[in-house]
Design a protein around this ligand. Structure first.
Ligand code: CA
Length: 236
């Protein structure tokens, strides 16, 4: 085993999916260890100290959420959830419980590998990705000057309201991570109320318009309907 390789703990009970993901990760030079139950994964987690966990929620002994809870009680290791379900509540619950990201089955290898790279990168830099000395954040053509509270795209200043700026700055702080609606609302407005999601969506629509992003276009900020928003590079 090459000690420079990232160690990934893959927890999945379905053998065909497990083999497929293992092969995919090994082809990309990751070292993969696998577990088929929550119990086995707990042992693997404490004895192998992996760099990242890919976790299926539907496991034979317990719900994968139980493992996530256990891991998060003492570790910030990135966790990517594998979800077979279209159920958004599962994803939101897992993200709010500290998962870094999720991938819905079926998924393509490019998508999964991009999520793995992004989760490892963000963890290594402790969410400092894109942050430059002097309080600046850069993502492709987007530049945020945190001290001046100014945002530029391709050198042109984008005039945002205070709230709009706070939302963009927050997403940039967690660049690459899917932020749930409730996490954004809590950070920007404090306690949520009935109209919070609507308010967030209206602000986000204005931000996208000011950024010059056309409806449906994925640029700087992507929206997962019913779940939340993520700031990411187009090149990711
Ligand atoms: Ca399963």
């Amino acid at each position: 085993m090459n000690n420079n390789k990232y160690k990934i703990l893959l927890v999945e009970d379905e053998s065909n999916i497990r083999n497929l993901i293992s092969a995919m990760l090994e082809a990309s030079q990751y070292h993969v260890i696998t577990a088929t139950t929550c119990g086995e994964a707990e042992t693997m987690f404490s004895s192998y100290l992996p760099d990242l966990i890919i976790l299926d929620l539907g496991l034979p002994d317990k719900n994968g959420m139980e493992l996530l809870k256990l891991v998060r009680s003492g570790s910030l290791i990135p966790v990517i959830i594998l979800s077979a379900r279209a159920d958004e509540r599962d994803k939101v619950e897992a993200l709010d419980m500290g998962a870094n990201d999720y991938v819905t089955k079926p998924f393509g290898s490019a998508e999964l590998l991009a999520r793995v790279r992004s989760a490892l990168r963000n963890n290594r830099h402790c969410s400092d990705e894109g942050k430059l000395p002097g309080g600046k954040f850069v993502l492709d053509d987007l530049v945020i000057d945190y001290d001046a509270r100014q945002i530029f795209i391709a050198g042109k200043e984008i005039k945002l309201t205070q709230t709009e700026y706070n939302i963009v700055a927050l997403l940039s702080e967690y660049s690459g991570k899917m932020m749930t609606y409730s996490a954004i609302i809590k950070a920007v407005w404090g306690y949520p109320d009935e109209g919070s999601i609507k308010k967030l969506q209206v602000n986000m629509a204005n931000i996208r318009k000011k950024f010059g992003i056309k409806p449906g276009e994925k640029s700087y900020i992507t929206n997962e309907l019913g779940v939340g928003y993520r700031m990411c590079s187009d090149k990711n």
